[in-house]
Design a protein around this ligand. Structure first.
Ligand code: HEC
Ligand code: HEC
Length: 492
């Protein structure tokens, strides 16, 4: 299967890419520590597949709704004008958007001799006759059955504009979470490049769905600096969600390729090896023993370079495998069965349920108290411990829990009733069921707690802000989201 790589902005679509600020996509630090040849290969792949902030490239193999309509040429009926390079009849799905003058038309010829595909621009479109009038600069004589894309990449481009206006100063141009404002914030803006999102409706290990990301953009994350963008229009919201997904996939591909190469082609690893061999050698010499001097760094780098040249034929496979994996797992996030839907309706929120919930909260099964504290104030013993950095034997220098991005993350004070991932009971159910991805808050669904038990814990947790008062918990907002009925959303 051929995967089209289409340059979005260089086509000069309506609006272009906006004014060109001096922006570049940053690279991961691990990428920068590869030997120059490996680094160049990774950067070339990423730039070819995703472009630059001012010249986006859309790789169709990824599940991103880049925008535009794919259609084909149909044979004119008798009496209708014939097909020509400047006037074609097309098949358009009923829900197709209106085509704008200036929209770019790409003839998907699939012919190597016509790569890149020839293009034209829309002059006008008449829905009644399905006639598309074109201005062509490249010759393509259309025949019935020819495939074409109209306005391809428009959504990605709009997403970029929205992102650069509203998001990049916190989340960074590349979505690395390192925009200019980021250093003052806690928690830190999300680094999209790991493709991990905290507040999802999906099962553990499954990505965020489009709906999840959209909800975050609309609601913001209460109690953090992530604002609500309720005032963006629907098209803008949808577009920025696609752009965030696209930045994630870009970052994940870079991460995967760099990880693949770093065992053999990391300059840092070579340096570490050299340093430790040198130490051994110096110790041997000072002890008066015989030992060959270690190979110099220059020799090691030359050897790694030769090895990399030998590895080159396999590199394309590595790219293919990594891209496939990323595409697949993102697509899964939008499958209906990825969503956590409680198997039983909310257990009635009465004193008995809260008491069962309290016992689970304080049990070895739930262990909630170890982090959130016996009273729920976020002061459990775990918050006082030193924790190991993942994949290392070193501790974090400061006490307390950390998220996967290495930031200090205290367990929530549950007595305050602030829910970052949504305050409907079903949202809290999902937090406990799937845990909070990228954080130490574990998943309890499936094996540890049954759905009934999770509801009991939800009832107990949501009563904590009202402990000692007779006030009832605030009613949940009356909205249903994807994969659930109003009953799930508002179950009392
Ligand atoms: C003022 C800074 C700021 C701005 C502006 C901002 N964000 Fe955020 N964003 C944050 C912070 C901080 C977090 C992390 C909160 C947390 O971890 O609890 C975050 C998290 C997120 C997440 C991750 C949610 C999850 O479940 O993990 C997404 C997606 C996101 N922001 C999208 C956007 C988009 C899209 C825009 C622009 C329309 C935007 N943000 C603008 C600060 C910001
Ligand atoms: C290993 C520590 C740990 C354990 C055990 C733990 N949590 Fe958490 N929990 C956290 C951390 C850390 C956060 C904050 C995550 C964030 O804001 O990114 C959190 C957040 C929460 C939230 C806030 C969700 C939101 O949308 O803001 C709730 C509710 C919660 N935990 C309930 C529980 C319950 C109930 C249990 C036991 C069944 C539990 N937690 C067990 C660490 C833990």
């Amino acid at each position: 299967m051929m995967w089209g790589l289409l340059s979005v902005c260089s086509l000069g679509l309506a609006g272009g890419c906006g004014p060109a600020p001096q922006t570049v996509f940053s690279w991961r630090t691990e990428t920068a520590s590869l030997i120059p040849e490996a680094q160049a290969a990774v950067k070339a792949t990423i730039e070819e597949s995703f472009g630059t902030p001012n010249q986006l490239v859309a790789w169709e193999r990824f599940p991103v709704a880049y925008g535009g309509v794919k259609t084909e040429v149909v044979a004119p009926a008798q009496g209708e004008p014939p097909l020509s390079a400047t006037s074609v009849k097309i098949s358009v799905p009923a829900e197709a958007p209106e085509f704008q003058p200036g929209d770019v038309v790409i003839w998907r010829t699939g012919k190597a001799s016509e790569s890149p595909d020839p293009t034209a621009t829309v002059v006008s479109y008449v829905p009644q006759t399905q006639r598309l009038v074109l201005k062509s600069t490249q010759s393509h004589e259309p025949t019935a059955g020819d495939e074409l894309s109209i306005g391809f990449g428009k959504t990605l481009q709009l997403g970029r504009v929205v992102y650069m206006k509203n998001c990049h100063h916190c989340h960074g141009v590349a979505g690395d979470g390192q925009g200019p404002t980021a250093k003052y914030l806690n928690p830190k803006p999300r680094d999209y490049r790991d493709g991990v999102y905290k507040f999802t409706s999906t099962l553990p290990g499954v990505k965020a769905s489009r709906e999840d990301l959209k909800q975050i953009v609309l609601d913001g994350i209460p109690g953090t600096y992530m604002p609500s963008f309720l005032l963006l229009g629907k098209a803008e919201t949808d577009a920025v969600v696609e752009y965030v997904r696209w930045l994630s996939m870009r970052g994940e591909l870079e991460k995967a390729l760099t990880a693949e190469l770093s065992s053999d082609f990391s300059r840092k690893t070579l340096q570490d090896e050299y340093d430790s061999e040198l130490k051994e050698y110096e110790a041997a010499v000072s002890a008066g023993e015989q030992m060959d001097a270690p190979k110099s760094m220059a020799e090691r780098l030359t050897k790694a370079k030769d090895d990399f040249a030998e590895f080159a034929p396999d590199y394309a496979d590595a790219v293919d495998g990594a891209a496939d994996g990323i595409a697949e797992i993102w697509a899964m996030g939008d499958e209906p069965d990825a969503v956590i839907v409680p198997s039983v309706p909310r257990v009635p929120d009465d004193a008995a349920s809260r008491e069962r919930g309290r016992l689970i909260y304080l049990s070895d099964q739930g262990k909630c108290y170890t982090c959130h504290g016996v009273q729920g104030k976020g002061d459990g013993a775990a918050a006082e411990d030193f924790w190991k950095k993942p994949g290392s034997s070193e501790n974090y220098p400061v006490r307390g829990l950390h998220d996967m991005w290495g930031n200090l993350l205290p367990p929530r004070d549950l007595t305050r009733g602030q829910y970052r991932g949504g305050r409907r009971p079903v949202d809290v159910f999902r937090r406990i069921h799937a845990g909070i991805k990228g954080t130490p808050m574990p998943a309890f669904g499936g094996t540890v707690l049954k759905d009934e038990q999770i509801w009991d814990v939800v009832n107990y947790t949501m009563s904590l802000p009202f402990a000692g008062s007779s006030a009832a918990p605030a009613p949940a907002p009356q909205t249903a989201r994807r994969g659930e009925s109003m009953d799930d959303a508002t179950a009392k």
